[in-house]
Design a binder for this molecule. Sequence first.
Ligand code: ATP
Ligand code: MG
Length: 437
Amino acid sequence: MYLSKLFIPITKDLPAEAKIKSHQLMLRTGMIKQSSAGIYSWLPLGFKVMKKIEQIVREEQNSIGAQEMLMPTIQSSEIWKESGRYDDYGEEMLRIKDRQGREILYGPTNEELITDVFRSSVKSYKSLPQLLYHIQWKFRDEIRPRFGVMRCKEFYMKDAYSFDVSDEEAKKSYNKMFFSYLKTFNRLGLKAIPMAADTGPIGGDLSHEFIILAETGESQIYADKKIFEIDLNKYEFEDSSLGQMRKDFTDIYAVTDEKYNEKKFNESVDKKDQIKTKGIEVGHIFYFGDKYSKPMSCTIDDKSGKKISVKMGSYGIGVSRLVGAIIEAKYNNNVMKWPKSVSPFDVVIIPSFNKNNKENLIKAEKVYHDLKKQNIDVLLDDLDENMSNKFKKHDLIGIPYQIIIGSKSEGDRFEFKELNSESAILSLEDIKSKLKN
Ligand code: ATP
Ligand code: MG
């Protein structure tokens, strides 16, 4: 893609309404545009990043055997009356009437809808376990939408649901999701800490929030650094190993302020390993047994022919929030750098030229086509601007690699730079092989 042709409305001014880095950067680099409070359009650059995140989330769900489906955004109020949440959910739920006067709503989450799907078709323990998920827009009429895509009214979420015959079996599904979440966040270049969360009025002990460290987060966290030393690769994808994995992670002290106990923190964590900072919740997993299946009569026959309520859990990842969360975690010294896995482009070519001397631009176009042929997703900065402005702009956009075609390049050797490190003069072949691994 040529930068001159890309729809990327970069603005020079700092947007006044944006309080945190990710929100400022997303507006300045034209990733999003606010349409009304807490509701955004995703412009090409932002959309590209979000789609890459979505794809990684999808692959890691599929790899634990979860099956993708798609439920609608609009739901009937009937099922929410059955579960008892229609009144309880309160003002965060956007309630609408259709032309017949029927009460409908824009789904803030999907426990009721999936339970309804499930009860109409599954009747026997023989079909269990099941893991189903979708990636779909949600709407919550947040009282204070803020921080750009971090707390919106309309946001994009992956939500999965597990169905099991017993608590015992349900724990296995929970552990699979726990594993999949850790792998997902690793691939996104994030260090996410699973933290025991309140289960609220539902009770039970199985609920974890996945939180990444960032000064601008909304949760205060206390954790033991050792949690980052656990190597996920040592666990096998089978029940006892995954059980051990959850134990290893949850034995290490890591809590949000709701569960913080100063004495316990100081006793169980070495001073040098204590992390006290803010964090951003990027995922939340939850086991709630028959909370929805019971009132909604979602039953199955167990082995002995007895009717039992199916045991369920739900598992969310904030896909659109992650775009902002990655920026918050990665922004450093006024330079943005996307992890390779979600960067909007693999590499940008920055030629030094002007309207009287386009030699470097012509060279750049050759390199561009050469890289394109190798399926490398490349951006060519073909705008006639001075180099210092160009570098400033690319510090904002954060493409992790740059090929600079200026005074230092000669023949087919070019200046190649990974953001936040020194540049080197490399042949095109070496550049290709660096970009490909
Ligand atoms: P929070 O505590 O941040 O309000 P929640 O507990 O209401 O979140 P869940 O219902 O667990 O959120 O939703 C799953 C995930 O969806 C969250 O971990 C978060 O990443 C994302 N999410 C929730 N609310 C929003 C929102 N208003 N805007 C963007 N993402 C959100
Ligand atoms: Mg939560």
